[in-house]
Design a protein around this ligand. Structure first.
Ligand code: C2O
Ligand code: CU
Ligand code: CU
Length: 527
């Protein structure tokens, strides 16, 4: 299946099979050198060169027949060993491990039906390498993404960002982790190797032949698609065997619309060392961590002192208020749902277990949690170009159409208020207080491309506080972020720098069904 041969290309480079058990089903693949119009070359000597492809393949996920998935595969062409790390048996793309400062070139070959484009979520890269849907390439084409890693160490990710089908593509598998390290982080000697565990949490629905089920109607789109089965790194019933020592967990919520309220089953507090944009200044303790779609969190967890043979679960606790309280007319007559809440048996806000951690081995390692992790310069409102006039982005829901300031996405359209001065710091606010649509109000995980931002304050209207309180103690507002969950009745104020690159970039809701309903806009950075 899917063997790709394009005899019109002048130059071919053939690779052997990728070489893991997973890829035994995949054909050998070919990629051609990028044609001049299809590249974003910025430099002549990249430190890292990766050949990447997206293809449709089959992978066993549940017992019984394998599941058709869409998968990124990659091969390191040049650069430090360990840059590309497959997750054997997973539909997720390989983990890319990059270092700050590296010049990276990714030759992406599209071998899925229809257009595709790859976005490096959280990385600050030039427009042509950012995966704007405008730069999608057709099936059979190749495009080279060039960027220098400017970001600090952190847990980032890459995923398909194709116009109106981001939700579908990510759901079927087109996503992977992108981990950046830097000197500051390496000097901390955090648990590494087998003790550094990447965890991608996603929810899926399967049919009785193990096929993936996606959106069933407008109701699923308006609230966002929810699965009823939780997968970790692409696997159901995930179990993590650990030793009696400290671990670093790097968690991505890779779900389309599900919010997790992460907590340990025995009530141990969550020790957070990093969020979207890398390390916090010092470790912080939370009773639970709220992780919205696209957000990342890094936890320090020490299993020393626990009994070999004992277990602890990572759970998602119940919460309320993130999805509309029905009866507001949303999608009435469209939903095909089992519970009048869309097609999932597991509503957003239900409690469940995500994975089991089993203590299997004694290890006498006394690794201490560092008291200081990093230094973060926190920006002040007065430093902004617009300290008295925040750029306001109002989130609203119209029938079949969630919007930003009343507007929908148009491929290259930019409004006056969406233009930012190069090298400026902007005061911005997301406001989720659309009175015309009270019954349809819901939480929106808002994401801005480019550099990360700092949260200045979060304010919620009195009538919304009760629901808000079921999630708010898990909001991490320190450090750098690129995605923030904006709850009904809430206003989130933030400061965001727009440095280094001019160009056209995106901001949008990362509930991918909302994104695909055009709850997305461009911003333009201009000198
Ligand atoms: Cu992860 Cu524009 O998105
Ligand atoms: Cu992004
Ligand atoms: Cu949304």
């Amino acid at each position: 299946m899917n063997s790709f041969i394009d005899i019109k290309r002048r130059k071919f480079l053939q690779y052997a099979g990728i070489g893991t058990a997973t890829m035994a089903l995949a054909p050998n693949w070919l990629w051609a050198e990028a044609s001049p119009k299809n590249n974003a070359y910025l430099f002549s000597n990249p430190d890292v060169e990766i050949g990447m492809t997206a293809q449709v393949t089959e992978i066993p996920i549940l017992s019984g027949p394998p599941t058709e998935v869409w998968k990124f595969s990659a091969k390191l062409l040049n650069g430090p060993e360990g840059t590309v790390e497959e997750i054997p048996g997973s539909y997720l793309g390989p983990i890319l491990r990059l270092r700050k400062g590296q010049k990276v070139r990714i030759h992406f070959h599209n071998n899925v039906p229809g257009p595709c484009v790859v976005h490096q979520h959280g990385l600050h890269v030039p427009e042509k390498s950012d995966g704007h849907p405008h730069y999608a390439i057709d099936s059979g084409q190749t495009y080279s993404y060039d960027f220098q890693v400017l970001n600090r160490a952190g847990t980032y990710w890459y995923h398909s960002h194709t116009h109106r089908v981001t939700g579908h593509r990510v759901y079927f598998g087109l996503a992977g982790l992108l981990l950046v390290s830097d000197e500051e982080e390496r000097a901390l000697n955090l648990p590494g190797g087998d003790y550094e565990i990447p965890l991608v949490i996603q929810d899926r629905q399967f049919g009785n032949r193990n096929e993936l089920h996606y959106v069933h109607g407008m109701h699923d789109r308006m609230t966002g698609f929810l699965g009823d089965q939780i997968l970790v790194n692409g696997f159901p019933d995930f179990e993590l065997p650990v030793a009696t020592r400290a671990y670093r967990l790097r968690i991505l919520n890779g779900s389309n619309s599900r919010i997790y309220k992460l907590a340990w089953s025995d009530g141990t507090p969550m020790t957070v060392i990093a969020s979207d944009g890398g390390l916090l200044e010092k470790p912080e303790r939370y009773p639970y961590v709220t992780l919205a779609p696209a957000e990342r969190v890094e936890l320090w967890v020490d299993f020393s002192g626990r009994k070999v043979g004992s277990e602890i679960k990572l759970q998602s606790l119940p919460f309320s208020g993130a999805t509309p309280r029905m009866g507001g007319g949303m999608g009435r007559g469209h939903g095909r749902g089992r519970h009048g809440h869309g097609s999932s048996a597991l509503p957003n806000g239900a409690g469940f277990s995500i994975m089991k951690v089993r203590i299997v081995r004694k290890e006498e390692v006394n690794q201490k949690l560092p008291e200081r992790l990093s230094t973060i310069r926190s920006h002040q409102i007065q430093e902004a170009e617009n300290p008295d006039h925040p750029r306001t982005i109002r989130l609203s829901m119209r029938p079949h159409s969630p919007r930003l300031n009343g507007r929908s996405f148009r491929m290259t359209a930019v409004a006056d208020e969406e233009v930012f001065k190069l090298n400026s710091l902007q005061l911005m606010e997301f406001v989720n207080r659309d009175r015309r649509a009270r019954g349809m109000m819901m939480a929106h995980p808002m994401h801005i491309h480019g550099q990360p931002f700092q949260i200045v304050k979060r304010e919620v209207l009195p009538g919304f506080q009760q629901d808000y309180a079921t999630l708010s103690e898990g909001f991490i507002s320190s450090g750098w972020r690129d995605t923030v969950l904006v709850m009904p009745g809430e206003k989130v104020t933030l400061l965001k720098p727009f440095e280094d690159y001019e160009g056209l970039f995106l901001y949008h809701c990362h509930n991918t069904e909302h994104e695909d309903l055009d709850m997305m806009r461009n911003f333009q950075v201009r000198a």
